[in-house]
Design a protein around this ligand. Sequence first.
Ligand code: A3P
Length: 350
Amino acid sequence: MSLTPKTDRVIDRAIDLLNSNRNQEALELFGLAIAETNLKGLAYGRAVALARMGQVDEAVDTLEELLRFIPNHPKARSLLRELLPPVLSVPSIKQNNIAGLHRVTQQTQWLPSTMYPDDTYLVSYPKSGNTWVRFLLANLLKKEDEDIDFHTVHKHIPEVGSQKNLLRELKRPRLIKSHAPFINAYPKVIYLVRDGRDAYVSFYYHRQKQLSPKIDFNTYLLSEDHYPCRWGEHVLSWLREKQQTRLLVVKYEDLKNDCFSQLRRMLVFLGVNRESNRIEAAIKASSFENMKRIEAEKGRLFADQGPEVFMRKGIVGDWKSHFGSKEKRFFKSTEGQLLVELGYEKDMSW
Ligand code: A3P
């Protein structure tokens, strides 16, 4: 198809606008160019603008439509993968386990007294890096002269069960932390996942103070005593409900690997625009070493209930020094398939 010089200019301008993050204007021009030329590939620019503006559902529709015409559009495929959580089907998690979770989710501790449609919940199984993500986001939401530490972070992103006034006084749109298994009432959710084996190891050390008598890791892993449920039940409860909730899935391991991109995905989802240098500064302020220093210097809330040191190791794969053949066999028989579905393992031969 030959383009008129005028249409050419519209497309160039749309691309320029997109490159300068002027997404609303880019969106309008891409719309115009698509109407004039019927060039399907232009829908990719439209989808990028939509995604950046937090209109994830529309971006997904646009990409799916584009891929129907151009199935081999690698950028569209990769953006779609970023926007959609993985589709899961895990037979090892029994149906009745999931049903049993309803008991847990009925508890009022998971719901604040007031809900707003623009609330976003930062949800994770315990020990999946929730505090890290809260530091990252709080450093991007705070006033310039404010310091984020283990006390002030709660003011920006409090826990769902916090005192009522803390939640009531929070500026909208609110960001709230929760460990709840799937709850339909949460309007928007960033769901943070970590390799379940590492989450169990981390939780084991976290609970040392509460476990009495002291038990070894094997006994802990195989016990029924897991809050609020087993890792696999939690993860699956959220990921299989993807149609019902606006959900962005973020992996702890991806944060370790490329924090900048993952943080930008979260900002897009939240509809928050920040310059790259501010994002870099937030990453630096929330590095493991810096958070460890802040903990040592200023302490943390609820220190009496948790481990001596909250910032323990912060690494990927610590499970390898805690899982012997018995632990591996047990994990594979309960949650092993989910590791594969989530891309943590290629198959069950680990
Ligand atoms: P480890 O016990 O494996 O070290 P949560 O905040 O959800 O309770 O998660 C706690 C885990 O996240 C702990 O894992 C902690 O060390 C790790 N963590 C906290 N801040 C981190 C950071 N900046 N970088 C990497 N890991 C971090």
